[in-house]
Design a protein around this ligand. Structure first.
Ligand SMILES: O=C(O)CCC(=O)C(=O)O
Ligand SMILES: [Fe+2]
Length: 289
């Protein structure tokens, strides 16, 4: 690692608290150990104050310049993002639909010198995350639109209960709502082998608050999350202020590109790379979505 890369990292990350710049240090190893333990138990860890407080304003402002370019649409979805008209029993939780009102700014609209782009591609950031997730190497998506996105929730919009397609996600709150916009999740409510439909149904019909954890995220907190197994949502944003998160998606395998259908849903457009990759599949489990 050259000194320039280390100094770039130190301008963004609070390296006094999180020693990402020094993977050989005891501090780095104990941080990773703690993250692994919490991820195994809870499927989630929050690194409070991960970003240097001096640049939080810049981080928020950069996000604000991007949001006019987000793809705004309100979609009817279910927790699995599958077609609910397929043959499913009436009590199946995929029969319950919600309005997904979050908007995404795609990667090709985020300048390469923006803080979130620099962080997403930084080798020391990726090395640290790979270690936390107990993976040898994390790859950026080869998808020109997904991989790095800004997620925008305007007033009265919510990101309803769902599972992610990716096994794990890393996100960073860059602007918080005045009210609402709370991240809520049910740790490991399903496993690669078991859907656990009864509990999922209980949660999304508001019958099982005991399964739900609530996160009080602040701008600059980094969240590591196993979103394929933990049902989660962002509650409705209230008040005028928007909620913005940067979503850093990585995969265990190189060259991952999203499907044509999903790309169109999320970004409202599809590029030649998506059609070319249409045959590729990244599924590694037996789950339905
Ligand atoms: O915006 C967030 O905090 C989480 C977003 C999320 O769950 C997703 O994009 O899949
Ligand atoms: Fe998600």
């Amino acid at each position: 690692m050259n000194n320039n890369e280390i100094s770039v990292l130190k301008q963004i990350v609070n390296c006094d608290a999180y020693a990402l710049h020094d993977p050989h240090s005891d501090a780095w190893h104990s941080m990773v150990q703690q993250a692994r333990t919490e991820l195994r138990q809870q499927g989630c860890i929050v690194l409070n104050g991960f970003i240097r407080p001096q640049i939080l304003n810049e981080l928020e402002q950069q996000g604000e310049t991007l949001t006019p370019d987000a793809y705004y649409t309100v979609e009817t979805v279910n927790a699995y993002n599958i077609d609910p008209s397929q043959l499913l029993p009436d009590e199946h939780p995929a029969k319950i639909s919600f309005e997904r009102g979050n908007a995404f700014v795609a990667r090709d609209l985020i300048p390469k010198d923006y803080l979130i782009s620099v962080l997403y591609t930084h080798p020391l950031f990726k090395q640290f995350l790979a270690a936390c997730f107990e993976i040898d190497i994390l790859y950026e998506l080869r998808d020109p639109l997904a991989g790095l996105c800004m997620n925008v929730l305007q007033s009265e919009r919510e990101h309803p209960w769902h599972f992610d397609i990716n096994e794990f996600t890393v996100s960073l709150l860059t602007k918080s709502a005045n009210e609402g916009g709370e991240f809520q999740y049910c740790p490991n409510i399903r496993t690669p082998e078991q859907e656990n439909l009864a509990d999922v149904r209980a949660v999304i019909t508001e019958q099982a608050p005991q399964h739900i954890q609530h996160l009080d995220l602040k701008c600059g907190d980094l969240q590591l999350f196993m979103g394929r197994y933990s049902l989660h949502r962002v509650s409705k944003v209230q008040g005028e202020k928007e909620r913005h998160t940067a979503i850093f998606a990585y995969t265990k395998l190189p060259d991952v590109i999203g499907s044509v259908e999903r790309t169109r849903q999320l970004f409202g457009r599809v590029l030649p790379e998506h059609y070319a990759a249409q045959q590729n599949s990244m599924r590694s489990d037996k789950l339905m979505d």
